[in-house]
Ligand binder design. Sequence first.
Ligand code: CDP
Ligand code: MG
Length: 847
Amino acid sequence: KLNSLSGAKRWELIEDTRNETKNDDPNVVGFDESDSESDNEECEPEPQRESESKPEPKPEPPPEPAKAEKQIKKTAERTPAVYVDVIRDKEIQKARLKLPILAEEQQIMEVINENPVVIIAGETGSGKTTQVPQFLYEAGYALKKQIAVTEPRRVAAVAMSRRVAEEMNLSPREVSYLIRFEGNTTDDTKIKFMTDGVLLKEVQNDFLLTKYSVVILDEAHERSVYTDILIGLLSRIVPLRHKRGDPLKLIVMSATLRIEDFTTNGRLFKKAPPVVKVDSRQFPVTVHFDKRTSDDYLKAAFEKAVKVHTKLPEGGILIFLTGQQEVNTLVKKLRKKFPLKVKIDEDIDNKPKKKKRKEVYAPEVNLDDYSVDWDNEACDQDEELSDHDDDEIDATPSVDAQPLWVLPLYSLLPTHKQNEVFKAPPGGCRLCVVSTNVAETSLTIPNIKYVVDCGRSKVKLYDKITGVTSYVVTWTSKASADQRAGRAGRTGPGHCYRLYSSAVFNDTFQNFSVPEIQQKPVDDLFLQMKCMNIDKIVNFPFPTAPDLLQLKTAEHRLEVLEALKEGKATPLGKAVAKFPVLPRFGKMLALSHQQDLLPYTICLVAALSVQEVLLERPLHDAEDKELRVKWASLRRRWAGGGNSLLLGDNMVLLRAVGAAEFANSEGRLERFCRDNGLRAKAVVEIRKLRLQLTNEIKINLPEADAVVDPRLAPPTDLQAKLLRQILLSGMGDQIARKIDDKTKFKYGYQANNMEEPVFLHSSSVLRRTLPEFVIYQEIYETNKIYMRGVTAIEPEWLPTYVPHLCNLSAPLSDPEPFYNPSNGRVYCTVTGSFGAQGWSLPNVQIE
Ligand code: CDP
Ligand code: MG
């Protein structure tokens, strides 16, 4: 064994084998060198110098020379050779040996040693996450450099690092984790678990990832945006590292779902990487559909759990719900129903006669006991509004039933509480875990025999206009439902109770979930990738590419916004990318931050993300003329009275929401909304989004003016003007100019980038004043083409806020440039034209 070799000898051994692998076959990179080079040019950021120094290995005790020589011979014959000893506890080793993946260690390591990229596919629970890093460690991959393992979910990164450390008898200093706000990595770290977002950040600082010898992308089937981008990047990094004579291995691990996306995609890997299929011991699971599909799945889940616990033989229960609040509610109800105040007998010193009676209580679920985290986990974001009525569930304690050990599981649960699910329940109770979909493939909970599946999950939804994310509960896919069912068959035959009918499953469920990258707005994705120094994004080897035409349009829009220049992210672009909204709104937020107007713009972005805030007419009596007049005058008042300079539909929206929040603080939201033609649910939704946006912004901009009070005083005249300029800065590509022909084109405008005329709708407050230049939020078509969300702007703002679309003359000598003492700046007058229509801009002043 290698332990008996001297430190120096041991290093030689490693070097030898590595060189062999390298020299064996120059084409092991996965695709042709020549091709890969041209690809590299297409999409690659400039490699940067190594920044990190690698940890030095600890010297080993000197061995007896004779034995060492014998070992060298033996190792040379055998590939792969096991180099590093791990001393495991007997119990752990026994459990490991039950995993079929252990029998395949030799084969897996051979494929890894001989190929730069390997895909390992196997059912959840087969041991990929916990065992493969250990195989690599034992084969010497952590001697010089670290082994990286990425997880899309932070729960998995933390839990798996602990588990692997425990199995290997190593400390958290050596098997560590790093997630966005937390971590325990050290200079001694050998195996590092992290979220995929964290590794992506590291690529930005050290493109060749020089501190790692292997990168394992785990849970690739989840298709998180970050993992997808990492696969694309690593497909180029691996050959580069090979060329430098410092090979990096890439291992993609996945449940057995849609592996073709990684293998048959010629852009990604020219030569399809080998796929190692890991066997798993899966017992049959009987699936039971409900006859009826109840909307109140929380109640249905409660009733099913009660039935299973009171009527069926022993075995753990795993319940899938969609979010943390639901999980906590059900946990409380079940604990109340099956109280744990049981006396259990505990052995003391293994002497059966001396027994101590002990009372065991379930650990408390404390709703305040989690910190806000904005890693890319859709499913566990807190939902303030719940459609479930808790009181519907009758959780009167059951007198004669056995106690139930009920535990919650979701990603924001503190780590020590997450770990509870892996421990045996006290006193031989039945275990019941209520979980979000983190237990679907990321974590395998031991001894589950019954699965209760609500069939839904919470997914991120991006608003098409603003890019603001919200979370909606939708049906999962067939693939997910089968994964969930599979959790019941790990240790023996099991049962899965689906809280929906087979008709819903067959007719409504999609086969697979759509990869996140194809749901995310492309403008945002484009800018984010540019900020990672990825050059030609249209040529980037995505496992599944977003729409290419849309990517091209996005690039153009970003140039107009000045977020990109000559294909690179500008400093403004980098600031814009920090906001969790579409770049045009990110730019508005960035400028508002400079002008101390952030709360207003946040409110506006949130309001624009919600449909139908202002109703066309007061709801309760559309025919009442008096009311209609009152409502119209209210709109005008919010728009800034008769002063046309303040006018704009977005200003109405802003003021309406602000006013509604004042009414809400006095407890009369409903009435206020009814009287003023606002939708009360929309106001509540906007409040939620404002809070979410404010929190997200605070994370990237801790100094931001983060007002939590939803009440918003109406902007002053000056603020309103600044806000209109800020709106222009984000929407300079959506400008329209009034058409002078009043007979043919009443209320008609010519949009900058459209042939056909567009019109002001009768609901727009600007119908009375008809400003010369406007910007609009959106175009929609009914009998005519209308603009929505229209704001008046001044032509002289164009050179300052949309310079990209202006064509200006040299400064005119008459009048002379002038100095403005109030701001210390010099202005001069120019003439020019604007945009595709060549609108003339006579005598505008520029700084
Ligand atoms: O990654 P994959 O889904 O293939 O499996 P894994 O997460 O490596 O889990 C392998 C086995 O280890 C499962 O049977 C788990 O139940 C077990 N395990 C455990 O007992 N305790 C943990 N903290 C983690 C995993
Ligand atoms: Mg796993």
